[in-house]
Design a protein around this ligand. Sequence first.
Ligand SMILES: NC(=O)C1=CN([C@@H]2O[C@H](COP(=O)(O)OP(=O)(O)OC[C@H]3O[C@@H](n4cnc5c(N)ncnc54)[C@H](O)[C@@H]3O)[C@@H](O)[C@H]2O)C=CC1
Ligand SMILES: O=C([O-])CC(=O)C(=O)O
Length: 334
Amino acid sequence: MAEPIKVVVTGAAGQIAYSLLYMISKGDVFGQDQPLVLHLLDIPPMMGVLEGVVMELMDCALPLLRSVVPTADPEVAFKDVSAAFLVGAMPRKQGMERRDLLAANVKIFQVQGEALDRNAKKDVKVLVVGNPANTNAMVCSRFAPSIPKENFSAMTRLDQNRAQAQVAAKVGVPVGDISNVIIWGNHSSTQYPDATHALVNKNGSETNAAAEVKDDCWFKNVFVETVQKRGASVIAARKMSSAMSAAKAAADHMKDWFMGTPKGKFVSMGVMSDGSYGAPKDVIFSFPVTIENCKWKIVQGLEIDDFSQKMINNTGKELEEERTEAFNIISNKL
Ligand SMILES: NC(=O)C1=CN([C@@H]2O[C@H](COP(=O)(O)OP(=O)(O)OC[C@H]3O[C@@H](n4cnc5c(N)ncnc54)[C@H](O)[C@@H]3O)[C@@H](O)[C@H]2O)C=CC1
Ligand SMILES: O=C([O-])CC(=O)C(=O)O
């Protein structure tokens, strides 16, 4: 069996981590042959709760989990890690936009970027889940200059999974038979869930989902809005933000990054923009990507109609505004 790899989860005493830690520890992300050492970071007042999480992980008796290091010290948490799930941040409450969390959360990602830079392996794969995820990931990368920009990503996989589930219900097939739904841009209510290129697998042959449904109005209105507002709908119902589905999406995202995407299939990830499809450069923008040998590549050459381009431009504009806001907050706090 391989040597254990070190994996850090921040916000380890919180609700997303409570589901995510189990998924990681039983081999859902790095595979059934990959032993793990888990580093769990949270803030000092949560160390008691974290002790309980450590007890439960031990009591799960999971063979791949070789040891657990609970800590409130980022220098310890990020030491020699190969993968980082940056979950720890304040969640939004009803009536807030994710962007409203910038003031509370952006500084966390500055500090953690600096600690990653000093301590993590240089090929560490970083997934930012804490909101506003795209802008936090951009900040984290800026403060970790010795780690390639390509190693920082933000989670839009939950949006992709939501979109896939909506299309599956509309077509009337199991969710696993839908692929290549795209999330463009920001993990916010300006994101553009795009099913133009989505495929439906019917008895082994693949057809275009939009052609199958023949309801352009549904795709441009109900579908887009349902996915854009799904996080808010969960908060309204649960009085807390999505956790089980967020953990599953984080596991899916990191698994694909390490294991790759199947031929002809793509997934959506917030990655450092190179300006493809008219997106602004140097923001973390969600694109369709394929992954091979732990490296993602933006899918090129997709046909983009006027409606889609308008939506891509709009979410890009929000990311530029968030970038300005984030650096204002950081410079005021220096
Ligand atoms: N990108 C996405 O699709 C999603 C993102 N989220 C975001 O994920 C974040 C976490 O959500 P939950 O687990 O529900 O929140 P939670 O409040 O249950 O847990 C957050 C944990 O982070 C800890 N924390 C705060 N500051 C920290 C720091 N500096 N270092 C380490 N830990 C720190 C807290 O003590 C707490 O234990 C929120 O920002 C939420 O908005 C949630 C769902 C989906
Ligand atoms: O909506 C929220 O604040 C939590 C989140 O990011 C989501 O569920 O997509």
